[in-house]
Design a protein around this ligand. Sequence first.
Ligand SMILES: Cc1cc2ncn([C@H]3O[C@H](COP(=O)(O)O)[C@@H](O)[C@H]3O)c2cc1C
Ligand SMILES: O=C(O)c1cccnc1
Length: 346
Amino acid sequence: MQSAIERILPFDEEAAAAAERHSDGLTKPPGSLGKLEAIARQLAGIAGGLWPELSRRAVIVMAGDHGVCEEGVSAFPAEVTPQMVLNFLEGGAAVNVLARQSGADVVCVDIGVNAELKHERLVSRKIRMGTANMAAGPAMLRGEAAAAVRTGIEIAERLAQEGVRLFATGEMGIGNTTASAALASVLAGIDPERSVGSGTGIDEQRRRHKVDVVKKAIAVNEPDAADPLGVLAKVGGLEIAGLVGVIIGAAASRCPVVIDGYISTAAALVAVRLAPGVKPYLIGSHLSMEQGHRDLLQAVGLSPLIQLDMRLGEGTGAVLCFHFIDAALGLMQEMATFESAGISKG
Ligand SMILES: Cc1cc2ncn([C@H]3O[C@H](COP(=O)(O)O)[C@@H](O)[C@H]3O)c2cc1C
Ligand SMILES: O=C(O)c1cccnc1
């Protein structure tokens, strides 16, 4: 893990400034393309030049189960996790459709599903059969959390070596909004009353119970916010740890990584605390309906590009935003300049 963190290059401010100069010479008032210009600048700074070739892209869907489900924190049973994994592998989930539309591969990883899974397209890297119930003790051992992070790093680095240049984070794990809320509360100091949302659609009474479960998990485990890996082990999840690794591995491979909704943003928070150098490589995608997502994005320092009232996860919001990345690069490459079009500058 440490060696990948050490390989992360600093953001190339010179390339970013060159992108900005190019953008300011295009036939539009400076800054008028808003966040599309900001994306183009960021992509140049990440790649160290104009304009990166990002045609090969992948969404990595990390799947894992959560022992905390036995506390009744989700509207759906834990069996849905392995069932959805098979759906991803057969191409029938929402993220598959959106990934096809944006030219991305879906890479589905079993990093901790509580079922024996076999499929030719499944990346089988199970660390354990789901986490333990964090309301009763640590979700996993520190070594297991570290192994899951390393797995994510390896997968992202391997894909980058194979030519993938743009990543999105995705996940599947019934109960994982509970673990994400606990991470948000411990690492960003967001009160559980605010960090706990309705996930797959629990009612207010059950959400209140979920708040109590998160408070109990924090009281029982006494996580230390200054030790992000320890927090991840105590109140996190295997798929969340895997995504922490994906983020580090993408940054170490000099690739941008688009962060999906609430769970992915919790992973991004752990990643920036473990490796602050990943921050310039992150691109926010959408603002999820999950309560607390706005606060969590702010804690990571990300601003969402879109708000479509989505609350699904899987990487859906992140792959949707690949279209905006394509838009930003297309504008930079194809627009006329004031000079070439003979237009007077202001
Ligand atoms: C059919 C189905 C497909 C999903 N795809 C993503 N999630 C999302 O819901 C889960 C988190 O919500 P909670 O913490 O309330 O369980 C995660 O698996 C997340 O990816 C799904 C949930 C369901 C039911
Ligand atoms: O924001 C998300 O990613 C999310 C919200 C609710 C349920 N699953 C995922």
